[in-house]
Ligand binder design. Sequence first.
Ligand SMILES: *Cc1c(COP(=O)(O)O)cnc(C)c1O
Length: 458
Amino acid sequence: MKLPKAESYKIKMVEAIRLSTMDERVTWIKKANYNLFNLKSDHVFIDLLTDSGTGAMSDKQWSEMMLGDESYAGASSYYKLKNAIQDITGFEYFLPTHQGRAAENVLFSTLIKKGDIIPGNSHFDTTKAHIEHRKSYAVDCTINEAFDTEVNHPFKGNIDIVKLEKVLTENPVEKIPLIIVTITCNSSGGQPVSMQNMKKVSKVAKKYGIPVYYDSARFAENAYFIKKREKGYSDKSIREIVKEMFSYADGMTMSSKKDAIVNMGGFLGLRQKEIFDRASVFNILYEGFNTYGGMSGRDMNALAQGLYEGTEFSYLETRINQVAFLGQMLKDKGIPVQFPFGGHAIFVDAKKFLPHLPKEEFVAQTLAVELYIEGGVRAVEIGSIMADRDPDSGLNRYPDLELMRLAIPRRTYTNDHMKYIAAAIINVFERRDKITKGLKIVKEAPILRHFTVELDRA
Ligand SMILES: *Cc1c(COP(=O)(O)O)cnc(C)c1O
């Protein structure tokens, strides 16, 4: 008999979770103004809001926490992290930040001016917000295949080189301070970018003299997909692939809360001393002195260890197989999900799930509320609430994809939890015709409104 795949770790510490009743959840979600960010975590049974900072650290990471050097300047933890980043990514210079958006803030403060244009594949919400906050523009050049959840394409995170060149030829070069490639592309469904595409982007960028930065939160998952799907990489190790990926970039922003499996932290990786020197000023201003910048020594230690664990093939295989296990259960029942399955999450196509609801009633949010009521599972909307209003016209933006994301925390839930989640979604699917009303916005913030928005039944 062929031996089945099993997790590449065992569990040493557990945390109790409690299942509530449906009546309780109806009350709680109303009190939360139908915004899942407003729920108390005690009122959630399985939390798939995000895979950011929600993973389980290993025994080795916890051991590293005890070895943290909390010196303000020149801490050994800083050098441990610096060596790990250089070893894994190849970037010689780095700045520690408290999380990924802080790295974006420091980098963009260094490079972006008002009126600039920043092309890339679908920019992540905080990335886009940091761009638009500076009165500049994020231009989405993702391949069209990414916007059809039924098209099977191995690298739906790829940049369409024709779209990219169009942006580069139609605008003055000095208005384009950088190109951002998000690996994997969160907004299009945790979809990877191929090595070939990274090479091509680098070549085009060089032609125009524009630097390329990777938004790298899930770089290791991206490398796993390259190993599995791209010709010529099946025999390469994850770390070899990662090194090659970053060789085509001038720098990276990192949310360490994702593939580096820590609860908090981020960094900026850089190749050029000149950019490092300029960015250091903003790092000190916003984050902290350059040898800790928003992180304690123990957190830098755990992050250094996490970078090694997050780039182990056996760990990545366990993780990505678990996400696919959930995706396959849903797909087998005819539930519309982004395919191929993403690395960190399953994305349910809400427009196809609830085709009778008008887009003005926030379809993916409505679905996420129904799933919470059904089973106490907390998902998140990646759709028109998150898309914010157009900063120029003030009108709601309705993206091509209206998704409900089920993000799977790393090393946290078991496959029985996946079965429970699938059952809850299937139950909602079976009663979808009875969901005849969506939601309306009662109160919203001018930017990144999804975090604090207040809603009511439409
Ligand atoms: C999470 C994330 C960020 C922002 O990082 P934070 O640590 O949440 O600030 C940026 N880009 C991508 C692709 C992300 O997934």
